[in-house]
Design a protein around this ligand. Structure first.
Ligand code: CDP
Length: 224
């Protein structure tokens, strides 16, 4: 049987890529990996150990100790952890620690799934450059800030929306400008702007961009 089908979903902070990746995984019966959660778990480990997220020794120690099973823990979703995640993510040694886990997820999706949907910043460019289908998701900064503000509010974290916007812009700039694995649209990734789309419309738009590639890859897999 040929290699699993891999859908790579990259994009800016709070653009909706996580929700889209989850829906795509459910639609196709694939496994889903939120790679941002791995960096957030590293950040949480550093914070819990009273370490410094930009110090390699502290971050690598935390990266070696993460438990990916905790990826759904709501504690990692806070803006404080997000900020620290962006700092640990800029360290080559941290990215190296998380590389094999992500590659293995793509090569052998859990529970024998036929494919994997992985979302993050460098999935199309570094983790799965040969992915079956690639999506780059974005939305206007003000729209993303409003969505993240609502998310934080639902978690009981009250923030000024202007501060949330400023933080997203700072984090995106850091992610785009770092020398290693920067956030960028791969040349062969389809662009999806979700600024004016609700979840259902964004999912339909994603399917319209990817479905032919995914179906063709699944058909090839079943043939041989
Ligand atoms: O949910 P949100 O879009 O705000 O962020 P996330 O996907 O959870 O990622 C948190 C941080 O982890 C990002 O700002 C990146 O710095 C880093 N990250 C990365 O460098 N590479 C990835 N593949 C995923 C996340």
């Amino acid at each position: 049987m040929s290699a699993p089908v891999v859908i790579a979903v990259d994009g800016t902070a709070a653009c909706g890529k996580g929700t889209l990746a989850r829906l795509l995984a459910r639609h196709y019966g694939f496994a889903h990996l939120d790679s941002g959660a791995l960096y957030r778990l590293v950040a949480l480990g550093v914070i819990e150990a009273n370490g410094d997220p930009s110090t390699e020794a502290d971050a690598v120690k935390a990266a070696r100790a993460i438990d990916p099973a905790r990826a759904t823990d709501p504690i990692i979703r806070s803006d404080v952890v997000g900020r620290a995640a962006s700092q640990v993510a800029a360290l080559v040694a941290v990215r190296r620690e998380l590389f094999d886990y992500q590659r293995e997820f793509a090569a052998r999706p859990p529970r024998g799934a036929e494919g994997a949907v992985i979302d993050g910043r460098d999935i199309s460019t570094v983790i799965a450059p040969d992915a079956t289908a690639k999506l780059f998701v974005d939305a206007r900064p003000e729209v993303r800030a409003h969505r993240r503000w609502l998310e934080l509010q639902a978690m009981g974290i009250v923030r000024d929306e202007a501060d949330v916007l400023a933080e997203l812009n700072i984090r995106d700039a850091a992610d785009r400008n770092r020398p290693i694995s920067p956030l960028k649209q791969a040349v062969d990734a389809a662009l999806l702007d979700t600024s004016d789309l609700g979840i259902d419309a964004a999912f339909a738009a994603a399917l319209a961009l990817l479905d032919h590639k995914v179906k063709a890859a699944l058909a090839a897999r079943h043939r041989g």
